[in-house]
Write a protein that binds this ligand. Structure first.
Ligand SMILES: Cc1cc2nc3c(=O)[nH]c(=O)nc-3n(C[C@H](O)[C@H](O)[C@H](O)COP(=O)(O)OP(=O)(O)OC[C@H]3O[C@@H](n4cnc5c(N)ncnc54)[C@H](O)[C@@H]3O)c2cc1C
Length: 432
């Protein structure tokens, strides 16, 4: 399928060359399924650091999934577990190790952009978690305390008055400020990593969905419409787009959750002054949070969770919900023309944390994903870690939970019903 239409597709320019659909049968050492950030970064690091020229099989186009459609925030983040909960679940030491790995992820992105000369409109650093309700300021204060006391990180609490310098309008009662984290053009970033991977020796076949997979005698037979790949090792980088039919061993380990984005017309100088004068990354403290920023051409990108099922994803009510949320924050933008609207499926694991693991039941198969909508920097880091696992390091980070393959979701048929009830409860809590 072609890329679905979006602001990113319209402004990315021309895609770098790829290797077209697979034609004929081949034998390879390593095959990677999925050409998003995870798969491309794995291919790049395999070639550059381990001398392995992997073959990437992509069903659609390079970065057709989340990597070409996201909100563009590269932060110290991965998964969606609040810091206090992370500490109580795994202890301070693991929380510190995980924070170090997430920070390494952000540095991996910076390094790729710098060393690979990826022209992806990277913006200056600065991330604000904005209190959308006065009652949330206390919990931001506690969170800043944890960043300082447990992680030794310089997050700052910004008062309601101070935050007005970067976030005007309503629903800004204070903020937690992280000095590290920036936005960029996510499709240009993906295309840049793709170019680097191919320059390093990887092959990337687009239009090559893996439609059948059998394993025997230590090798894997991946069937695509144009040919069969026989591989000794396989990396699964399909994340929120993993079909249950791909392989029994990978099925049901992530829940695809829809996230949606609108992009407005360019703001006037006055609208800009009265809403988002700067280019920092913003997200709020709601349970069903919104994320937003001003783009270099002065439009506002505004995103949040939307539909529960694929059938509902096209409904105009989700676009309207985002527009309503935008005008609640910035009343002067009520009714503003929306020029772009698209969505994608983020992958949530049972623990709401990412994984980079060996897949149980299968020999020499590795998988990475589960970033829960926070994977721009961490997926590139996971790709790098997957390359280490493929080449024989079973535990390339100090963080144990990352290397455990996610449990399957229990009670699969009732999952969407549970999600619907959770969203209704979150909406009630966010409104109160
Ligand atoms: C609307 C939206 C906003 C987001 N905003 C942010 C943000 O601001 N910051 C942040 O950190 N994260 C954000 N994310 C999440 C982030 O984009 C993802 O975590 C990241 O891109 C995941 O990359 P990936 O390579 O693992 O998966 P993907 O980019 O989804 O790639 C998976 C690929 O696998 C391919 N595939 C699937 N099945 C097969 C098969 N059988 N054969 C071959 N190929 C197959 C798909 O076509 C797809 O291209 C957002 C996501 C969405 C959807």
């Amino acid at each position: 399928m072609p890329h679905s239409s979006s602001y990113w597709v319209d402004t990315a320019g021309t895609a770098p060359p790829d290797d077209g659909p697979l034609k004929g049968d081949i034998e390879v050492d390593v095959a990677i399924i999925g050409a998003g950030y995870t798969g491309l970064s794995c291919a790049l690091h395999l070639a550059r650091e381990h001398g392995i020229r992997a073959v990437v099989l992509e069903a659609n186009q390079v970065a057709w999934g989340c990597s070409g459609r996201n909100g563009s925030f590269a932060r110290i983040s991965g998964g969606r577990v609040p810091l206090a909960q992370l500490i109580s679940r795994y202890g301070e030491n693991t929380a510190k190790q995980y924070f170090a790995e997430m920070t390494a992820g952000l540095n991996t992105v910076r390094g790729l952009i710098r060393e690979g000369r990826i022209d992806c409109d990277a913006q200056p650093d600065g991330v604000y978690k904005v209190a959308s309700n006065a009652k949330h300021v206390e919990s931001l204060k506690r969170e800043v305390g944890l960043y300082h006391d447990v992680l030794g990180y310089g997050a700052q609490l910004v008062s309601g008055d101070q935050v007005q310098a970067v976030h005007r309008g309503a629903e800004s009662f204070g903020a937690l400020y992280m000095p590290d984290g920036f936005s960029m053009h996510p499709l240009k970033l993906a295309w840049g990593v793709h170019r680097l991977a191919r320059e390093a020796g990887a092959t990337v076949h687009v239009g090559s969905p893996v439609v059948d997979w059998t394993s025997a005698n230590g090798s894997h037979r991946l069937v695509t419409p144009g040919g069969v790949v026989t591989a000794r090792k396989v990396v699964v980088a399909t994340n929120g787009y993993t079909s249950t039919a791909l392989n029994r061993a990978t099925a049901g380990r992530v829940l695809p959750v829809h996230s949606q984005i609108i992009v407005t017309r360019p703001l006037s100088a006055e609208e800009k002054r009265q809403t988002l004068p700067g280019s920092e990354c913003m997200f709020d403290t709601r349970h069903l949070l919104s994320y937003y920023r001003r783009l270099p051409d002065d439009r506002i990108l505004f995103g949040g969770r939307s539909a529960i099922t694929g059938r509902e994803a096209e409904s105009p009510k989700h676009r309207q919900n985002l527009q309503d949320a935008l005008s609640r924050k910035f009343p002067m933008l009520e009714g503003i023309q929306v020029d772009y609207n698209w969505g994608g499926w983020v992958a949530v694991s049972e623990s709401s944390l990412p994984f980079v693991c060996k897949v149980p039941e299968l020999e020499n198969v590795f998988a990475g994903g589960g970033y829960a909508g926070s994977g721009v920097s961490f997926s590139l880091q996971v790709g790098k870690r997957l390359a280490q696992m493929v080449t024989g390091d079973p535990h390339p980070t100090e963080v144990d939970f990352l290397h455990q393959c996610p449990k399957r979701f229990p009670f699969q048929p009732f999952l969407r019903m549970g999600q619907r009830m959770a969203y209704a409860w979150y909406r009630f809590k966010d409104a109160s």
